[in-house]
Design a protein around this ligand. Structure first.
Ligand code: G6P
Ligand code: MN
Length: 437
C-alpha cells in the first residue's frame, strides 16, 4: 500500500481527490494520505471534510495534516501537487489588471498566466527539493499546479531530473463531453492530440478502433462542446459559455477540435468585450466553489452534519488517481501529458514541453510520436512557446526585458505599449511574490 501526500492540502479540490483515491482502494491500495500546506488554518478546515470522506470510504486509511515538509514527504510514494500561490486574491489581481488595460484577464492564458507563472516557479522548485530529500526513491510527483505549461518548462530547466509528471484535467473534461456527445464510455475514447498545455488540438477521436471525428466536428460546428448531458464539474454559466465558444473557433478553423483554452487567443477581443472588469472568474470561484465548501465546513462545526454534495470529484480527482494507478501496473494506460518534446512533434524545439499522448507504466512515461503539424498550428505554438520561454528565462535571469518580451509575444496582447503598461502594474501587485526584475 502506498503513501500519498497532497500538496496544497487546503485546496477545495482536496476532498474530491481523497474520495477519488479511496474509491480505487481495491486496485490501488493506499495506507496513508497526508495533506501538506503552508496555510495551516485553511488546511485544517478542509481536513474536517476530508476526515469524513476517509471515514465513509476507507476508515483503515490513515489521514493527517501537516505544515512540516519532513513529516509530509518522508517515504512518500506519490506527491499530488495543486498549489495556488497568492490564492484567489492574486488570481483576481491578474484578471482585473489585464482587463483594466483591455487585455484578456485569465488565470493561465495571456498576461494573467504569465503573472501566475512568475509566482509559482520558485515555490514549486522548493517543493521539488524537499520531495527529493525526503520522499521514497521511486516517488512520483503528479503536478496540477498552474500555469502548468510555464511551470513544466521552468522545472525542466531548473530541476531536469525531478521525478515529476505535469498534468492538466482539461483534455479529460473535454473527452468526457465527447463521450456524452457520442453516447459512449469515456474510457473507450482514444484521442490523438498535440500542442502545449491549454494550447492544443484534438486531431482524431477513436472509439473502439473507429474514428468518430467527423460526428464530433459537425457537433462542434453546430453547438461547440455543449450537449444534452451537462458536465457535473462544468455546469456553471461561465463554463457553459466556454464550451459554447468552441463553435466560432470551429466555424473558422474546422480541421481540428480545439482545447477550450484556445478561445483566449483566437477570440481575445470577444472575450474582453464580454468580460466584466469588476467581477471576474476569480470572484465567481470565491463566491461559488470556495464559499460553498467553507460555509459547509462552518455549518459542520456548528451542527456536526456532513453531506457529500459540497464538493465534486470530477475529472480533476479521477484523472490524477488513474494516472498514479497506471504508474503501478503494466499496460497502465494512455494519457495526454505535458512532456519534453524531443522530436515527438517534428519541427518544434526539443526542449519545448508539449501536451501529447503518452503510455504510462511502472517504467514511467513513454511518448507517442505526433510527427509534422500544419503551418498555422506550428506558428501559433511557436509563438506561445517563445512567450513562455522568455518568461522562464526572465524569472531565472531576473530580467525585466525578457519578461516584457514574454508579455509582448503573447497573442492576447496588442502591442508592446500595452504589454509594458500591464507588466508595470503587475510588478507592483506581485511585489511579495515575484522574483526581482
Ligand atoms: C480546468 C483546467 C485547470 C483550471 C481549472 C480552472 O480544470 O484544466 O487548469 O485550473 O479549469 O477552473 P476554475 O473553476 O478555477 O476557473
Ligand atoms: Mn489545466
Amino acid at each position: 500500500p502506498k503513501i500519498i501526500t497532497i500538496v496544497g492540502g487546503g485546496s477545495t479540490y482536496t476532498p474530491g481527490v481523497v474520495k477519488a483515491i479511496l474509491s480505487k482502494k481495491d486496485t490501488f491500495p493506499v495506507k496513508e494520505i497526508r495533506a501538506y500546506d503552508i496555510d495551516e488554518e485553511r488546511q485544517n478546515d478542509v481536513a474536517i471534510i476530508v476526515k469524513e470522506v476517509v471515514k465513509a470510504n476507507c476508515p483503515e486509511c490513515n489521514f493527517f495534516t501537516t505544515t512540516d515538509p519532513e513529516t509530509a514527504f518522508k517515504d512518500s510514494d506519490f506527491i499530488f501537487a495543486q498549489i495556488r500561490v497568492g490564492k484567489y486574491a492574486m488570481r483576481e489581481q491578474d484578471e482585473k489588471i489585464a482587463l483594466k488595460h483591455g487585455a484578456v484577464g485569465q488565470e493561465t492564458c495571456g498576461c494573467g498566466g504569465l503573472a501566475y507563472g512568475l509566482r509559482t516557479i520558485y515555490p514549486m522548485v522548493e517543493i521539488l527539493d524537499m520531495v527529493e530529500k525526503y520522499a521514497a526513491p521511486n516517488h512520483w510527483i503528479l503536478n496540477y499546479s498552474n500555469p502548468a505549461a510555464i511551470v513544466a518548462l521552468a522545472l525542466k530547466k531548473l530541476r531536469p531530473n525531478a521525478r515529476i509528471i505535469n498534468i492538466c484535467d482539461m483534455p479529460v473534461a473535454i473527452i468526457n463531453s465527447f463521450a456524452d456527445i457520442l453516447h459512449c464510455d469515456p474510457h473507450d475514447i482514444k484521442p490523438d492530440y498535440f500542442g502545449l498545455n491549454h494550447f492544443g488540438w484534438f486531431t482524431d477521436i477513436w472509439v473502439n478502433g473507429e474514428s468518430r471525428f467527423e460526428e464530433l466536428r459537425q457537433h462542434a460546428i453546430a453547438h461547440g462542446y455543449l450537449c444534452d448531458v451537462p458536465d457535473e464539474q462544468h455546469w456553471e454559466p461561465s463554463w457553459v459559455h466556454t464550451y459554447g465558444n468552441v463553435k466560432p473557433m470551429m466555424e473558422r478553423f474546422p480541421d481540428y477540435l480545439p482545447n477550450t483554452y484556445l478561445q483566449y487567443y483566437l477570440l481575445s477581443q470577444d472575450i474582453v468585450n464580454d468580460a466584466n472588469p469588476d467581477y471576474t472568474r476569480a470572484n465567481e470561484v470565491m463566491d461559488g466553489r470556495e464559499k460553498t465548501l467553507f460555509d459547509a465546513i462552518r455549518r459542520y462545526k456548528e451542527t456536526g452534519k456532513y453531506d457529500d454534495g459540497m464538493f465534486v470529484v470530477g475529472a480533476h480527482g479521477t484523472f490524477i488517481v488513474d494516472l498514479a494507478e497506471s504508474l503501478c501496473r503494466e499496460n497502465g494506460g494512455r494519457y495526454l501529458l505535458i512532456v519534453k518534446n524531443e522530436g515527438a512533434i517534428a519541427d518544434l524545439p526539443d526542449d519545448a514541453m508539449v501536451e501529447i499522448p503518452c503510455y504510462v507504466s511502472p517504467r514511467g512515461v513513454e511518448k507517442i510520436s505526433v510527427g509534422h503539424i500544419p503551418t498555422f498550428y506550428k506558428g501559433m505554438i511557436e509563438q506561445q512557446y517563445a512567450c513562455e520561454k522568455c518568461l522562464v528565462e526572465g524569472a531565472i535571469e531576473n530580467s525585466y526585458t525578457k519578461v516584457l518580451q514574454a508579455f509582448a509575444l503573447n497573442k492576447t496582447i496588442k502591442s508592446s505599449t500595452q504589454a509594458k503598461a500591464i507588466l508595470d502594474d503587475m510588478i507592483i501587485a506581485n511585489k511579495d511574490y515575484w522574483p526581482e526584475l
